[in-house]
Design a protein around this ligand. Structure first.
Ligand SMILES: [Zn+2]
Ligand SMILES: [Zn+2]
Length: 244
């Protein structure tokens, strides 16, 4: 690749694109928004009954749904902005894998609404780390971007509490037990001092089975955190988690 192309790619990648078209249908828009009114009305914001513990959509309000009962025991409470389904799922994939970093502002703002509602007394925000190798390949860690931007908006410090010391398989194809095994020993706490007696909020993009958060929360609880909560952009509904 010539220098000129490299430069062009750099500009393309680092530019926060202006919001001239709808991020879902591509239609031209004439307001300061990311979506046209029609697509915006179809975004899967979680608003109906949820499980109070894991924050996922349920048929009726529940304290502990069947997917988190006895399993997600290390987090005190979890909330997500969206139910993980199209078009939100493709927007998040674009943000995560396809360098659509201009969606950060929209996502972080939505996270901040839930932060002020449920997690306003948290003292430290943290994120799910990637191995140095993966982060170098992707050029950024989407979980870290979300946590850092949220931290700026809500004025609560964001600390890198963990490092990922083992490369793991992508979780998507694994069931819950395989996920736990896959993640065992993958994360290391950087400093116990920053955790002790603190209310900690883990920020991530998607919660599928919640295994990653569970593993991190176990480590934080062992280091005597006061509480550990989880805030994600999207979670998979309990209705779609039957087989996991
Ligand atoms: Zn649209
Ligand atoms: Zn639940």
């Amino acid at each position: 690749m010539g220098l000129k192309e490299k430069f062009k790619q750099f500009i393309d990648k680092s530019l926060y694109y202006p919001k001239w078209t709808c991020n879902v249908c591509g239609e031209e828009i004439f307001s300061d928004d990311y979506f046209c009114p029609n697509c915006k009305s179809q975004l899967s914001f979680i608003s109906g009954p949820i499980c109070d513990h894991c924050g996922r959509i349920t048929l009726v309000p529940e304290n502990y749904c069947h997917t988190c009962k006895g399993r997600l025991v290390s987090t005190e409470k979890a909330r997500s902005v969206f139910d993980y389904k199209p078009p939100i799922s493709s927007l998040i994939k674009g943000f995560k894998y396809d360098n659509k970093r201009y969606l950060l502002e929209f996502f972080a703002k939505e996270l901040s609404f839930l932060y002020f509602k449920y997690f306003y007394d948290c003292e430290v925000i943290t994120f799910v780390p990637m191995t140095l190798k993966s982060e170098k390949e992707r050029e950024y860690n989407q979980s870290r971007l979300l946590a850092e931007r949220l931290s700026e908006i809500v004025k609560t410090p964001c600390l890198a509490l963990f490092e990922k010391v083992k490369e793991t398989q992508r979780q998507a194809t694994l069931n819950r037990e395989e996920r736990l095994k896959n993640l065992k020993g993958a994360f290391r706490l950087i400093s116990r001092k920053q955790v002790k007696e603190k209310r900690i909020l883990i920020v991530d993009d998607v919660s599928t089975t919640g295994t990653t958060a569970e593993i991190l929360a176990q480590i934080l609880n062992k280091a005597k955190a006061k509480s550990v909560c989880l805030l994600t952009l999207a979670s998979v509904s309990t209705l779609n988690l039957e087989n996991l």
